[in-house]
Design a protein around this ligand. Structure first.
Ligand code: ACM
Length: 634
């Protein structure tokens, strides 16, 4: 019995010690600089926590609450630093010299001094919290060091699509908490979609009474290989809930950017108010391939995924509707940016509509792309007049970019490059660089249902958001980077967690850490395993990575020496070489594998990682091939 109680403590102590020996002290994202010094600061309940000014009080609260919740004690608080006491001092004095959002933490044997203001102080505490052991300890030994830190990009974003699947406020807050821990500062809340309108608009109650509900959802990959689930999917956020989320995020230095999609991806709004369509009397088109449940007549909220022809008609009534919606949105979100979508708007109904064709002529527009540009520019003018700026997906470049728009480049980098060359701000979020977190994390058949695509964390890690094509002057328009979680195949918080971890660690590092501080080996072998080991002790789901050092392909040779490392500290790697699927009954990996393969034969190395919690990785397969001389000379 005793043995079983002891194991977690041994592990936790090991985790903590491990963090201290790492060059980055286990911190994700890697700080600008860490200079380690001799000695340690011993944190125990005799230490006094000093916040010198009002501004540093919330960060001091955050630190003490963490200690109280996760540690063995909390600290006595004071407003003044007393030289005779061992202290942790939080201050904004001297922070004016620091870069925006920057901080300095100086750990010496009798004091930890934290200098920063606003977000900087908050991020300093986030780094300090990452130095703490995961569970209760009466004495915490912290390596003496000076940590200097500030971000590479001012915009560090994470997106969440709640249109395809509604996710509860409790999860939205958890998502925001995770973002804050990793110094991400813009939460892009994708609130309206073809499959659901998710925000209460008082002037238009049908947006939620009709638009927030669909009768069913396709099962399996598009177009619905597994039929329809014949189940009502619904949900929306009340304005009170939205205000609560915005305040919650703001306390964590996260700006919430609402996305109200236009002119495409608007089926749910059109189902609620058919007059927003070019053809109000036309039934919503349902392809023969789409398994559908319930009424097919009139305008319907979509039950399958994709892009739909029924988009907003550019009438004065539509613009008035959108302005009224945006008035309520602006009142809820203090964000400078309002995202107005602009992506994937088919032009088919505009081509067929006599009204739209006349509109194009009357307004001297070139074609339907000109109409899209007119649409976006008109909404931009409205939002600019209210003191806000628009963000749009890179399609807003087509037909002419709105004068003050920020472009979110998702179809590769070209849109972002073109926008930067036009002196527009750009947020890079190319699907091709692994920033679509709805894509799968490995090519193993064990991966759960996803939309497809392959975006392993290593791909995210190796992405540099500043394209080489840009001159030094143009590079400054790349204001940051973002990852997106689309939820066609993400029905639950647990699946959303599975999709974001550990990729969010890589995102944080490319968004925050200086290019010269990025070091993949250190990330893969030291810090990611540490953070996943801590996560493994919580109720948060995650994708357990495959063994570090494994090359999942065909290796040619005769004598193979394969060195693997665990991707979660404390996890175990099991393997087989006999073709069987590995489990905890297979051979445990303890030392480099030496495998001899006879000439002309091959062996298949299969691995699985099992974390301390019992969570399992997908099974990998590596073919160890000793091609015969005859085959080679062929
Ligand atoms: C997008 O993925 N349609 C922005």
């Amino acid at each position: 019995m005793k043995k079983y109680i002891l194991i977690p403590f041994v592990l936790l102590f090991a985790l903590h010690t491990f963090a201290q020996t790492d060059k980055n002290m286990g911190i994700i994202p890697a700080p600008v600089s860490i200079v380690k010094n001799k000695g340690v600061f011993v944190l125990d309940k005799s230490v006094v926590l000093v916040n010198e000014d009002l501004e540093s009080a919330p960060s001091a609260d955050l630190f003490n609450n963490f200690l109280a919740a996760k540690g063995d004690f909390s600290l006595k608080r004071e407003k003044k630093n007393n030289q005779n006491q061992k202290t942790i001092v939080l201050t904004s004095k001297g922070a004016n010299q620091l870069p925006s959002e920057g901080y300095v933490v100086t750990i010496s044997s009798n004091q930890i001094k934290v200098v920063g203001k606003g977000a900087g102080l908050f991020y300093a505490v986030q780094s300090l919290l990452q130095l703490m052991p995961a569970k209760k300890q009466a004495q915490i030994r912290i390596q003496n060091a000076v940590i200097t830190d500030y971000p590479r990009f001012k915009y560090r974003g994470l997106h969440l699509d709640v249109g395809r699947h509604f996710l509860p406020i409790s999860f939205v807050k958890k998502y925001i908490d995770v973002m804050a821990s990793y110094k991400l500062n813009n939460f892009h809340w994708h609130l309206t979609e073809d499959q659901g309108w998710r925000i209460e608009i008082k002037k238009y109650p049908k947006l939620t009474s009709i638009g927030a509900k669909r009768n069913g959802t396709i099962v399996g990959n598009y177009p619905g290989t597994g039929g329809n689930d014949n189940t009502t999917h619904q949900g929306y956020y009340t304005q009170d809930e939205v205000r609560d989320v915005v305040a919650y995020a703001s306390a964590r230095f996260i700006n919430v950017i609402p996305e109200i999609e236009m002119p495409g991806h608007s089926s749910a709004a059109i189902a609620a108010y058919p007059a927003l369509s070019c053809f109000p009397d036309k039934d919503t088109f349902v392809s023969e391939k789409t398994p559908w449940y319930g009424d097919r007549n009139g305008k319907q909220v979509q039950q399958t995924w994709g892009v739909f022809d029924d988009v907003f008609v550019p009438t004065e009534d539509t613009f008035k509707f959108l302005e009224n919606v945006l008035d309520e949105v602006i009142a809820l979100f203090p964000s400078k940016y309002i995202h107005i979508g602009g992506d994937e708007c088919p032009k088919e109904y505009w081509k067929q509509s006599a009204f739209c064709q006349q509109f194009i002529k009357d307004n001297n527009l070139k074609d339907e792309h000109g109409l899209q540009s007119y649409f976006i520019q008109r909404i931009e003018r409205y939002l600019n007049s209210k003191g806000r700026s628009i963000i749009g997906w890179d399609e807003i470049l087509e037909g002419g970019l709105a004068p003050n728009a920020t472009v979110m480049s998702w179809r590769g980098e070209n849109g972002g490059i073109a926008a930067a060359k036009l002196s527009h701000d750009v947020i890079m979020t190319p699907a091709s660089a692994g920033l679509y977190f709805d894509h799968k994390q490995s090519s193993s058949p064990d991966e759960p249902l996803t939309i497809g695509g392959l975006a392993p964390y290593s791909k995210v890690y190796n992405y540099n958001p500043v394209p080489k094509e840009l001159t030094f002057d143009q590079q400054k328009y790349i204001i940051g980077v973002q990852a997106n979680l689309w939820t066609e195949y993400v029905e639950t918080p647990a699946k959303a967690e599975y999709m974001i971890f550990p990729r969010i660690y890589a995102l944080a590092e490319i968004a925050w850490s200086q290019l010269e501080n990025k070091e993949e080996k250190n990330f893969n072998e030291e810090r990611m395993p540490l953070h996943l080991a801590r996560l493994d002790q919580t109720d948060t789901n995650y994708w357990v990575p495959t063994p570090i050092g494994l090359n999942e392909s065909v290796l040619n040779g005769q004598n193979f020496s394969i060195t693997l490392k665990v991707p979660v500290y404390g996890a175990k790697i099991y393997y087989t070489l006999d073709g069987y699927r590995p489990s905890e009954n297979a051979t445990i990996y303890t030392k480099p594998l030496m495998v001899d393969v006879p000439k002309g034969q091959k062996k298949v190395l299969k691995t699985i990682v099992i974390a301390p919690s019992g969570k399992r990785s997908v099974v990998t397969e590596t073919i160890l091939n000793n091609a015969s001389a005859e085959i080679k000379t062929k």
